[in-house]
Write a protein that binds this ligand. Structure first.
Ligand code: NAD
Ligand code: GLY
Length: 390
């Protein structure tokens, strides 16, 4: 097991990563022995992995299990209210603990319920998706969606610990795994050339969790560094938004039904490197290696029927806008990015045009879309609605 410290003064904690770490839960959470503990999960995750977690938590005393419904649509104020009632019924007091056991949805909603119950109780993340392991469980952002905007209602509530056991990934559907890999690639492009090279050498087919442990550690280190440097996203933390400006817009205009978040970020990464190349910030060979890395993770649902003007409108509504300007994170090399708030509509249009004509290239031995994969023009698979609009 490795421990990655996140130094934030009295809010410091570690991200621990290790195969089989669940067995060490009793010692890792020893400080909460005998205190009220509530574990929040969903039926799917609990039925797959609840037994081992329940057994480990049982060694700390009596715990209460609360299961929320699966899906982004349940990352809502209504779920938070139900959780608060559950906390109260379970006798959770201010010295108690909430364990968020699931993907990013469970982590965000349980985290927000913990942040707001009795003005804040201790939270530990036990993430079960790749995205949650490398991104959402680290850094303290918790929250829920508003019918008009995703993640509109939220808080910063740093957890007491993030406990990453990659063994959970053995049951994660391939598409969710792939979505997480786009976020890992995002970390590599932001600041880790070695991680970028490792992604290029991922075996096919992928054998989780063994093939992923090193990548998870590296991506967690990158995120830990960013969060330590700028906990409240006053500036530097915005680099984590690489690929998200266009990515979020694509999710919004397709009503959150077409892409997983990671797939949209994959397209967003391609848009960001197109803008950076057109601005001559990114050399052609770096453009090609990042584009190849995106394709290697693919395939993604295509952009069939997506109106570039609607994407542009959604980009303009970006909630991270400052002083009326949308900021873009643009790669200048593999492992280096800059943030720019002067990207014009015409530049974004140009990038969207290049995405619309994007043709996935066959990759020898890769997971990429290849000649028969889902390229830019292909029809999407349906995804469950989030009910959330930006
Ligand atoms: P998710 O939580 O919806 O999980 C995806 C699916 O996988 C769900 O059906 C879930 O039940 C299932 N699942 C989870 N673990 C599993 C396992 N081990 N085996 C089998 N199935 C499993 O989606 P996600 O991608 O983990 O998270 C997306 C959410 O994270 C979004 O709401 C997004 O806004 C949020 N997010 C938050 C932050 C942050 O900093 N707080 C960062 C990025 C994303
Ligand atoms: N996922 C973006 C952030 O944590 O800031």
């Amino acid at each position: 097991m490795i421990r990655i410290p996140i130094r934030l003064g009295d809010r410091s904690y570690s991200v621990s990563v290790g195969l089989g770490l669940v067995d060490s839960l009793p010692s890792l959470l020893d400080a909460f022995k005998g205190r009220p503990i509530v574990v929040v999960s969903n039926l799917r995750v609990w039925s797959l992995h609840g037994e081992s977690v329940g057994k480990a938590l049982g060694l700390l005393g009596r715990y209460t299990r609360l299961l929320i419904r699966d899906g982004e649509v349940h990352k809502s104020p209504a779920t938070v209210e139900r959780l608060h009632t559950g906390f109260l019924d379970a006798g959770l007091t201010r010295d108690g603990l909430v364990v968020a056991f699931g993907g990013g949805v469970v982590g965000d909603v349980a985290g927000f319920a913990a942040a707001t119950y009795m003005r804040g109780v201790a939270l530990v993340h036990l993430p079960t998706t790749l995205l949650a392991m490398v991104d959402s469980s680290i850094g303290g952002k918790v929250g829920v969606n508003h019918p008009k905007a995703k993640n509109l209602i939220g808080a910063f509530h740093q957890p007491r610990a993030v406990l990453v056991d990659p063994s959970f990934l053995t049951t994660l559907p391939p598409r969710e795994l792939q979505g997480g890999l786009y976020e890992v690639l995002k970390c590599a492009v932001i600041g880790d050339r070695r991680l970028f090279r490792s992604l290029a050498h991922l075996p096919t087919p992928l054998n989780p969790p063994a093939d992923l442990v090193g990548l998870i550690e590296a991506a967690c280190r990158l995120k830990a560094h960013v969060v330590e440097t700028d906990e409240r996203e006053l500036g530097f933390r915005r680099v984590l938004n690489l690929g998200h400006t266009v990515g979020h817009a694509l999710e919004a205009v397709t009503l959150f039904r077409r892409f997983t978040h990671g797939e949209a970020v994959g397209w967003g990464l391609l848009a960001a490197i197109s803008i950076a190349r057109d601005r001559k910030l990114l050399k052609e060979n770096d453009f090609a290696s990042i584009a190849t890395a995106v394709e290697r993770i693919g395939p993604r649902p295509g952009l069939f029927g997506v109106d570039p003007e609607r994407v542009l409108e959604a980009v303009q509504r970006d909630k991270k806008k400052r002083d009326g300007r949308v900021s873009f994170v643009l790669p200048t090399a593999v492992g280096r990015v800059v943030t720019r708030s002067d990207v014009s509509k015409e530049e974004v249009r140009g990038a969207l045009r290049s995405l619309a004509s994007w043709v996935s290239r066959p990759l020898p031995g890769g997971r990429g879309a290849g000649p028969s994969g889902r390229g830019a023009g292909s029809r999407p698979r349906r995804r469950r609605s989030t009910g959330a609009r930006r």
